[in-house]
Ligand binder design. Sequence first.
Ligand code: NDP
Length: 292
Amino acid sequence: MTAKIIDGKAFAAKVREQVAAHVARLKEEQGITPGLAVVLVGEDPASKVYVSSKGKQTVEVGMNSYEHKLPDTTGEAELLALIARLNADPAVHGILVQLPLPKHLNSDLVINAIDPAKDVDGFHISNVGLLGTGQKSMVPCTPLGCLMMLRDHHGSLAGMDAVVVGRSNIVGKPMAQLLLGDSCTVTIAHSRTKDLAEVCRRADILVAAVGRPEMIPGDWVKPGATVIDVGINRIERDGKARLVGDVHYDSAAAVAGAITPVPGGVGPMTIACLLANTLTACCRANGLPEPE
Ligand code: NDP
């Protein structure tokens, strides 16, 4: 069997197009332009790349992008003061603080200072609680992108066995909540899971969010399963820098029914969902119908 490749790049382009069309209508009919503020503290090279790509795509869909780049010596009080200003600013509908923050800053404190209605990353404790209890919330972008691709591929996910490898607050746990919300039978695996290979082989839907290059080989994949590879790992092979996922792509693609590539799978969907969340936040703030 050769797996269908789930093209996250093309899917993300479609999502961005829909967001851009909705933004254009908002401007024309309501005179409202959604605004996203991104806060970057420090000089982490990967974070700088993500922030600049977020800013570029925000502008491309017609939204306002406000970038706040602060030195890594920024104190907590100064950062909290900026967040308070952004919370109060009616032109800002979404606020994203790029993680990881420098070690001297308490990420939980900072994230929980964001107005939950503007928390487009969905990491505020209120949004986590709302998602966990099946209420309307802001949903974290990466798991939301994975869910959209799964729904697009399968239609209904009800009754499927889903295994999520990884239990981080930003990917693994919210992913599991979303799959549960779509009536999957969900297993969350992690570094202490016994016989991970056997657990993975039960999965109709296997989501890998570990951060270990090519850790999951094809013989851990149930024939015909759908594999969503969240991992982004930078490695060197044959003297060249390469990006690989947490799944060993070639061996997994030989048995899976469908698989997301790295790059070009989950990655592009994350920013597209960030833009979609910003649009949703803007519509909610203005009492307007939300995008579908
Ligand atoms: P974390 O490091 O926060 O979490 C990794 C998880 O994997 C932990 O729960 C850990 O278990 C588990 N784990 C580690 N080693 C093993 C192992 N040997 N067997 C089983 N489980 C293991 O990572 P993130 O969730 O933040 O990110 C995961 C990956 O996804 C990374 O590659 C990251 O770059 C990528 N990513 C991609 C995004 C995208 O846009 N595509 C967005 C965000 C992340 P334990 O809890 O027991 O330590």
